[in-house]
Design a protein around this ligand. Structure first.
Ligand SMILES: Nc1nc2c(ncn2[C@@H]2O[C@H](COP(=O)(O)OP(=O)(O)OP(=O)(O)O)[C@@H](O)[C@H]2O)c(=O)[nH]1
Ligand SMILES: [Mg+2]
Length: 645
């Protein structure tokens, strides 16, 4: 049915741009409408088998998504609309929803309400009925399990009688219980039932013609609709007392920091077996190479298989291990409703940097893996704030950096000097983040957009481990595929540059290139070996120690260098620090430490950044900024420290 009256009366219709919505040919189009976090995407996934992002905080779905399913010989097209609090609001996501309704593309609108906070959640229904009085619809009272846990009892039959359309209690996260909803949907298609909104219209007509007056009339209608239909216990829910502590002014920050640290530690539980699998893949590569050599295959074949193919897989698997762990643990936090609290607690602090509370999680995730942190920025709704978050997050030293820096710091500056180096690194991190905020902040986040986040705190839910694990697997798979492509490409390049038939590094292209450009790299405080390690770190941060090990100990065969490149510390000679301490000066080591730490994180992070921000221009700007910063730092640190060390 074309909802012409809706289009005429819908607040969106007046000034809205021509809706880019076309009606599907054949079948029945069902639009899911509801306030944020009411479970639309969960139902959408359950009905269509799609994998839309779901999570317990408002505002995840920002674009219209479509999927299909079949029931009783009828093809249904389901449209997952972005959540919005009403139809008169102004954010871009809310415009998507309004424009869609105004287009008349939906045959049936399925209004989703959160049964655990029904009165507030039904405001969308009131708005919809006022705007689209002739649109056939039905109402789903979702999150019934949560409402029941709160001790609420809802008389759906009474509400249905008052509305004149089917009203179905629902637990969207359990698709096996969709029978009643699908029956009600089929009935709505047959009967084209519309809500009896006469009382609502009378109320609105009698109310003062102001936003507040109209809203009061809508809430009065909801009150009448629910009168005698909802029974709720009077005592406050125990969790709301807990919430007062975790979001209150006194303990909120220490508790939040503790919970985040716990999350990072717990992430190792699923990560370690996956990382061990990665190690096994690398060893398998060596076995295969050895077997090929014994069978008389050309050396280049074994070297290529072990160095490029198996080591790429090894690195991809190892990296994805922690990414999976982080996604799983923080996915559980998100599902439980705790992530929204983390963002809330730090919102004010982050606003000082032009960011918002939601930027904190990506920052923290970057301490483990920049790629994971970058993909975590997806939760930030404003593109400018997301880009700025990613740009700042690149400055945070990742886990791989911490595998390299302490080894070198102790070797060159002793146990007493190393902590000073670490403090220096933290100070420069903050300096660079501040610099990024000052230089790029105004270009990315307009003054008006610099407000903190606006987000209601969702009620706590018991997380569904299966759903969260599936989501984490999906994200990890996407990341693995992205990483492996980049890694394999660079691994091939490095392999080609270090391969020599004799096995001596001096004969390799890398050696020739490195020594040729050494006069220039010396200006930035790095000799050819440290500069090569710096270059390899552009591809993979953890490669640096392995490369240094290969190049300085002299024991490096091309494949040892490559294994170092791919597996980092694992392949590093245990005495690398001592050997380097004899080969290069302390200023050069310090220059390398700083240039390496603040270099762009790794090629996979660049690819993840592009994947999140979809801007080649800003991805390139970010990469160039960090490469320049890193070289500049190397130069300054080298020349200044040479005066003292
Ligand atoms: N316990 C329980 N949780 C549910 C149910 N339906 C959805 N959820 C959870 O509620 C949260 C919000 O679900 P979403 O499907 O993302 O909500 P949405 O309406 O699409 O939200 P926006 O895209 O932000 O508008 C998620 O944590 C879901 O797992 C349910 O019936 N019971
Ligand atoms: Mg959604």
């Amino acid at each position: 049915m074309s909802c012409e009256r809706c289009a005429a009366s819908c607040p969106a219709a007046g000034g809205a741009k021509a809706p880019a919505v076309r009606k599907a040919a054949g079948g029945v189009t069902v639009a899911l409408l509801g306030q944020p976090n009411s479970g639309k995407s969960t139902l959408f996934n359950g009905l269509t088998g799609a994998r839309q992002h779901v999570g317990n905080w408002p505002g995840k779905t920002v674009e219209r998504k479509e999927g299909t399913f079949e029931r009783g010989g009828t093809a249904f097209q389901v449209v997952d609309l972005p959540g919005s609090y009403g139809l008169a609001a102004n954010s871009p996501e809310e415009e998507v929803t309004r424009d869609y309704l105004a287009s008349g593309a939906a045959d049936i609108v399925l209004v989703m309400a959160d049964a655990s906070q029904l009165e507030r959640s039904l405001y969308m229904l009131a708005d919809f009925v006022a705007a689209c009085p002739e649109q056939p619809c039905l109402l789903a009272l979702n999150l019934m399990d949560v409402a029941e846990n709160q001790g609420k009892r809802i008389d759906a039959v009474l509400i249905a009688r008052r509305l004149g359309v089917p009203v179905v209690p629902l637990v969207a996260s359990r698709p096996e219980g969709y029978g009643a909803l699908l029956d009600a949907l089929a009935r709505t298609v047959r009967e084209r039932s519309v809500v009896d909104g006469a009382r609502l219209r009378e109320g609105i007509a009698a109310a003062p013609d102001t936003i507040q007056g109209t809203a009061a009339a809508k809430f009065a209608w909801i009150e009448g609709l629910l009168d005698g239909a909802v029974e709720a216990p009077a005592r406050p829910h125990a969790l709301s007392r807990f919430d007062r502590v975790v979001t209150g002014s006194r303990w909120s920050k220490p508790i939040t920091i503790g919970m985040i640290l716990l999350g990072f530690i717990l992430a190792f539980v699923p990560a370690i077996p996956i990382m061990m699998l990665g190690g096994a893949i690398s060893s398998l590569g060596q076995v295969v190479a050895g077997a090929l050599a014994q069978a008389g295959a050309p050396d280049v074949l074994g070297s290529f298989l072990a160095g490029v193919v198996f080591n790429s897989l090894c690195f991809g698997t190892m990296m994805v291990g922690y990414v999976f762990g982080i996604n799983l643990v923080f996915g559980l936090y998100e599902e439980a409703g705790y992530m929204a609290r983390i963002s809330y607690v730090f919102d004010h602090t982050m606003a000082r940097f032009g960011l918002q509370g939601k930027s904190l999680m990506p920052f923290l995730m970057c301490l483990g893996c920049t790629m994971g942190g970058v993909s975590g920025s997806r939760v930030i709704d404003s593109w400018g704030q997301r880009m700025l978050t990613v740009m700042m997050a690149w400055a945070i030293p990742c886990g791989s950096t911490w595998g390299v820096v302490p080894v070198l710091a102790v070797a060159f500056f002793g146990v007493a000097g190393a902590p000073l180096v670490i403090v220096g690194i933290f100070a420069v991190t903050i300096l660079i983040m501040w610099l990024v905020g000052r230089v790029f902040g105004p270009r990315l986040v307009a003054k008006g957009e610099r407000a903190g986040m606006v987000m209601e705190l969702p009620p706590y839910h018991r997380p569904h481990l299966g759903n969260v694990a599936r989501g984490a697997l999906l994200k990890s798979r996407q990341m693995f595929v992205r990483a492996i492509r980049v890694v394999a490409l660079f691994a091939f390049a490095i392999w080609a540059l270090t391969y020599t038939a004799t096995g001596s590094v001096e004969g390799s292209v890398l050696y020739a290139l490195g020594t040729a450009i050494e006069p220039v790299t010396r200006f930035f405080g790095m000799g050819w070996q440290t500069f090569t390690a710096w270059l390899c770190a552009l591809v993979l941060k953890e490669s640096a120690l392995g490369v240094l090990s290969g190049l300085f100990t002299g024991a490096a065969t091309p494949n040892a260098v490559l294994v170092g490149v791919m597996t980092g510390a694992a392949a590093a000679a245990s005495n690398i620090g001592e050997v380097m301490a004899q080969a290069i000066s302390a200023p050069e080591a310090l220059a390398f430490i700083f240039a390496f730490t603040f270099n762009m994180p790794c090629a996979a992070s660049v690819s993840a950044t592009w994947g999140e921000v979809h801007s080649t221009k800003w991805t390139v700007i970010t990469a160039l900024f960090y490469i320049c910063c890193s070289l500049l730092l190397g130069c300054v640190v080298y020349h200044v420290s040479a005066l003292f060390l």
